[in-house]
Design a protein around this ligand. Structure first.
Ligand code: UT7
Length: 328
């Protein structure tokens, strides 16, 4: 029996209005615009105001994706959301998005895979459409990372930003298709990038707050090395699974964590600069939101006309890595 083929029917993204520039950061910690720009490629990032949570950004991105797909809220059967910064530990942020949208008929839940969360969520949604009673799924990557940043730690606070991206997935009978997905996890390296407190291992206490254990802790240099290795491996594996090579990619959209990481991966894979989509300069690292925001910007900038083959790849805490080859 032939499997149902699944495609991306529409994309959308949303970022909060307020922008924090490198110059602003120089007034907060001991850093310079030059250090941040040359080491990361980041120039500014969006910051959610105090009344805005992850589900708010997510719902706004979904409405744009639905509009692009020509569908309405009532058409959604499934909502899968990747995030490392849920509104709260439970209920899921996806359930809150469902309520916000009034998508009463949709089953909704979160996927926890840090920066790879969006592509993991695509894999889950694709599987459920293929095998279950679902037809139209909304897949979201959404974060308010600036809520878990230690604003006194210059090694991390300059890196992250807030935002959300979403896609609508559904069955297809044209050339559009999710051709392959590759997922990988290495839990032995979880200590290199994590938020130690706030869960069952270390519940919130006065001491955990005082020690800033509810913030992102990262061994930057180690994470950098693994990011290059895992992202290259994941993208190559997804291409092989699709029966394609690097040359078949019209556009490469890597996780926007650091310009130098993206350059290193592209160089290893021999992907020319003009095929690499970059917006880290304007968003910083938005974790699970990074790939879908970049994908939406690429689509809206006219870089993905019908028939374009796009490579998506992400890497993050876990460690997790994930990639997909998609015909748009
Ligand atoms: O999304 C999930 C994955 N996350 C990532 O992919 C992030 C991966 N890591 C990175 O992107 C990079 O490792 C960083 C951007 C975090 C750091 O860049 P780096 O080139 O690896 O710098 P480093 O950590 O080796 O630090 C070099 C120097 C240090 O000073 P010393 O020890 O050489 O005197 C740091 O203290 O730069 C210093 N430094 C800073 N200086 C000015 C660190 N942060 C800053 C800063 N401003 N913001």
């Amino acid at each position: 029996m032939n499997k149902t083929r699944i495609c991306i029917r529409g994309t959308g993204s949303f970022a909060p209005e307020k922008i924090l520039s490198n110059e602003d950061l120089t007034r907060m910690v001991d850093t310079t615009d030059e250090w941040i720009t040359t080491r990361t490629g980041i120039r500014e990032r969006h910051i959610a105001d105090k009344d805005t949570a992850t589900s708010d950004l997510a719902a706004a991105a979904v409405l744009r994706a639905l509009e692009a797909a020509g569908l309405g809220v009532a058409d959604i059967d499934l909502i899968v959301l990747g995030t490392a910064t849920p509104d709260m530990l439970f209920p899921s942020t996806a359930a809150l998005v469902q309520a916000k949208l009034g998508a009463a008929g949709a089953v909704a839940f979160d996927v926890s895979a840090a920066c790879s969360g969006f592509i993991y969520a695509i894999a889950v949604a694709r599987g459920l459409i293929e095998t279950g009673p679902y037809r139209n799924a909304v897949v979201i990557g959404a974060e308010t990372l600036t809520r878990i940043v230690d604003w006194d730690d210059r090694t991390t606070c300059v890196l992250f930003g807030d935002g959300a991206g979403a896609v609508v997935l559904g069955p297809t009978d044209d050339e559009r298709e999710i051709c392959s997905i590759e997922l990988c996890t290495d839990g032995t390296l979880s200590h290199l990038l994590h938020m130690p407190a706030g869960g069952s291992r270390m519940p919130a206490s006065e001491e955990t707050v005082k020690k800033r254990l509810h913030c992102i802790h990262m061994e930057g240099r180690e994470v950098f090395k693994h990011a290059v290795k895992f992202m290259t491996r994941a993208m190559n594996a997804a291409l092989e699974q699709a029966g394609m090579s690097t040359d078949d990619l019209d556009l490469f959209i890597p996780h926007q964590a650091n310009l130098r990481i993206m350059e290193a991966v592209s160089k290893r894979m021999k992907i020319p600069e003009e095929k690499v989509f970059i917006n880290v300069d304007r968003y910083g690292n938005t974790s699970a939101a990074s790939v879908p925001i970049a994908l939406d910007e690429a689509v809206r900038a006219g870089r993905c006309p019908r028939g374009t083959t796009v490579g998506l790849v992400a890497f993050g805490g876990g460690f997790t890595s994930a990639s997909a080859v998609v015909k748009l």
